[in-house]
Design a protein around this ligand. Structure first.
Ligand code: PLP
Length: 455
């Protein structure tokens, strides 16, 4: 490894001394040293060593409009010049909150006309847990408290969000999950479909919901919560049979459907929301990330008329955050949504850059190391396998090859994320065709280099 510059060494020493990173093993990270990001523009980031790297993950699935848009900085500055903060607790409101709520009602599916603002995706899902239970209690059914979610789902890392998520690594620390959460199988055909066809497995995974409802009892269940496509779990795109079967099951049961759209919202799948891509009609939607393209932290829970009408009749909902509807973050989100609309980024993902990147991405499936290359909209995964064509063949030490490939990708100036032994991407919706070509070339080189490394 080449010696880092003095500037990088200084950043790393100070970072190591005082900064505890999210989701990191601090001892090994400090021994290795973090990558220090000093600049970002469009689809690119720069580190303190002067490397220009294609941001294939849009930061953390959030920078939908690309980095460095001056319009957002200007909108934030304008709002700060008016006022930087006022709350919405005690009979107060303000123009940015009003305008953003109105805009969200316009762009979300028709059942949604009201929003509860929060500061993050985790807070959105914590709000969901309290809100669905409060909804049923308000209807005189206080026993309907259980939330069904899925194994390997990610819904955040607060007590509620981490519990709702189905990641065993998160459950292994801090006394999670909280009671009242039940996890069923995920619709992950490539990894868990066994001998079943994709269509059969989609039905099977959906019917796990039906089984759970029968076991727990409909009278005890508040909601089923799911990401339209599981993101952090490894871009798990459900088989085409999955969501229609879930829909059929829920149509027969009095249980709320909650779509966690924190990743799939705001154009990522080629529609404004993943629910539209999969033809589902949730009662609540968790939103964050792409709502502001990550320029400032903001999220929300979209509340359908069916739920909101009950909640409004039930009096005060004892819930909220200091930064619910923060005026500056709301102004940033509004400007972000204006850009997505004016530049027709949702259409672009559906009709232009989406199909273009998907075609090249799926072609990576011909590589000897790739068991499957899948992508919807602009979120994709490639599954690395030791032997083709079998889906059953897996590398011995799960995650090791994925991590090697991820590091090689960075050396090839492309950010891809490793999940188990797969590589995932979710580039900005503004990605150009030329950048898509560069992404695909770096990804193929990464596969070649990884294969050479494994020999
Ligand atoms: N839900 C989903 C689907 C997510 O992917 C994430 C974050 O990646 C969250 C919730 C949590 O959001 P946050 O990190 O803003 O709390």
């Amino acid at each position: 490894m080449t010696k880092p510059s003095n500037a990088t060494a200084d950043y790393r020493a100070r970072d190591a001394a005082h900064h505890i990173h999210a989701f990191s093993d601090m001892k090994s990270l400090n021994a290795e040293g973090s990558r220090v990001i000093v600049r970002a523009e469009g689809s690119w980031i720069w580190d303190s060593e002067g490397n220009r790297i294609l941001d294939g993950m849009s930061g953390l699935w959030c920078v939908n409009i690309g980095h460095g848009r001056k319009e957002i900085a200007e909108a934030v500055q304008r709002q700060m010049a008016d006022f930087s903060f006022y709350n919405t607790f005690f009979k107060s409101t303000h123009p940015p909150a009003i305008a953003l709520a109105e805009k969200l009602a316009e762009i979300t599916p028709p059942q949604f006309n009201r929003v509860f603002f929060v500061g993050s995706g985790s807070e959105a899902n914590d709000t969901v847990i309290r809100m669905v239970r409060h909804y049923w209690a308000s209807l005189g059914q206080p026993n309907k408290t259980v939330l069904i979610a899925r194994k390997n789902a990610y819904h955040g890392s607060t007590m509620g969000g981490g519990s709702l998520g189905g990641m065993t690594s998160i459950h292994s620390q801090g006394g999670l999950p909280i009671p009242g959460i039940h996890h069923i199988a995920q619709p992950y055909w490539f990894g868990e479909g066994g001998e079943m066809s994709e269509a059969e497995f989609g039905n099977f995974a959906a019917r796990e919901l039906e089984k759970a409802i029968d076991e727990i009892g409909e009278d005890n269940i508040a909601a089923f919560v799911a990401e339209p496509i599981q993101g952090a779990g490894g871009v798990i795109i459900p088989p085409a049979t999955y969501w229609p079967e879930v829909k059929r099951i829920l149509a027969q049961r009095d249980i709320l459907l909650v779509a966690d759209e924190v990743i799939t919202g705001f154009g990522r799948t080629g529609n404004w929301f993943g629910s539209e891509t999969f033809g589902i009609e949730p009662d609540l939607m968790s939103i964050a990330k792409g709502i502001s393209s990550g320029y400032l932290p903001i999220g929300g829970v979209m509340v359908s008329d069916k739920v909101a009408d009950v909640l409004y009749d039930a009096g005060e909902f004892h819930h909220g955050f200091t930064y619910s509807a923060h005026p500056v973050t709301a102004a940033a989100a509004l400007e972000n949504l204006r850009i997505i609309e004016d530049e027709k980024l949702v259409d672009r993902v559906r009709d232009d850059i989406g199909p273009y990147l998907q075609q090249g991405w799926r072609a990576l499936g011909d590589h000897p190391l790739v068991g499957e290359a899948r992508m919807t909209g602009l979120m994709g995964a490639i599954e690395l396998v030791p032997k083709k064509p079998s889906r059953a063949a897996k590398f011995a030490d799960t995650g090791k090859v994925g991590t090697i490939a991820r590091d090689i990708s960075l050396a090839n100036n492309l950010v891809m994320r490793a999940v188990r032994d797969s590589l995932i991407i979710a580039p900005p919706l503004t990605l150009s065709h030329d950048e898509a070509d560069q992404l695909l070339a770096s990804a193929r080189k990464t596969l070649d280099d990884t294969q050479a490394e494994l020999k």
